[in-house]
Ligand binder design. Sequence first.
Ligand code: FMN
Length: 305
Amino acid sequence: MRELRALEPDFWRAPSAHNTQPWTLTYAGDEAAVGWDPARALPISDPTGRDLRLSLGAFVECCLIVCADAGLGVAFRPDPGPQRVGFLYAAGRPYETPFTTADVRARGVNRGEYHAGRLPEELAATLEGTRRLPCRDLADLLHAADLHQFGDREVTRELRDWLRLTRRHRRYLLDGLSDRALALTRAQTLGLRASLALYPALRRLGLPRALAGASRGLLDYDGDVLVLVGPADGEVETGRLLMRHWLRLSALGYTTHPLSQIIDCAPTRRELAARLGVADPRTLLHVARVGRPKTAAAPSARLRT
Ligand SMILES: Cc1cc2nc3c(=O)[nH]c(=O)nc-3n(C[C@H](O)[C@H](O)[C@H](O)COP(=O)(O)O)c2cc1C
């Protein structure tokens, strides 16, 4: 477990919604409980804890990969409890995985422009649990979801708490979403800062429409959106699967850009389920566009480095 602690900076490269890094590791004997810090959950925008549990699953997968690469025999035992999803424990041999610590370090979300082109069919077919749609087919749902998101005062306030739009922010290098990670130009950053500062006053005057309009053309190209479908009560395991998909794609030069707002908003979630022919909209667990990015993304901040 002492050796495990030394690897924490690489565990922390796991992805999490709003980059809250909600996970905690509590060491006791030859086990470490994987839990979360409620102050790093998103009670307004993630009221069911879906993204929290997906992020914790991604964290578990990162821990196992990084330990395996270091030659440590570590396994995970799910054991949900109060603010806990399970335990990492000393096992006879390392976790079997094709991925390495270098893969974990190299992965990152990319919110910039993507080259036109769909995923090869053979690759898409191996991404277990995913369904694929052309980007343009979801442009209307993304716009409706953005309007919904920015029209909600509390959701916008919670997002704002995790934005780091100036290097002078005291947590710029620690957590949250920076201007660089969001791929914003200087003018866009200033515009967003001003808009959010004036949000209470401008909400009724069409500001949500202006904010939602900013992502209008995001899906207007020949690309793919992946939707991850899985059991609504198995989000930690699905988070582990999501992490493996992202690492697989990343190793092949693809990146992803999650668009969770489409499934955060009940009407767009229902509509997406209907378009996919999925009976239960609650089983839509993650949505992201995927492709070859035109430029590399800035690495996101972490609490442990
Ligand atoms: C479950 C989950 C949901 C996410 N939803 C969104 C999203 O809706 N929009 C977005 O831009 N990024 C989303 N992200 C990406 C995170 O913001 C990103 O992983 C985090 O900022 C860390 O950056 P990195 O992945 O580049 O290391 C999501 C990530 C996870 C794990």
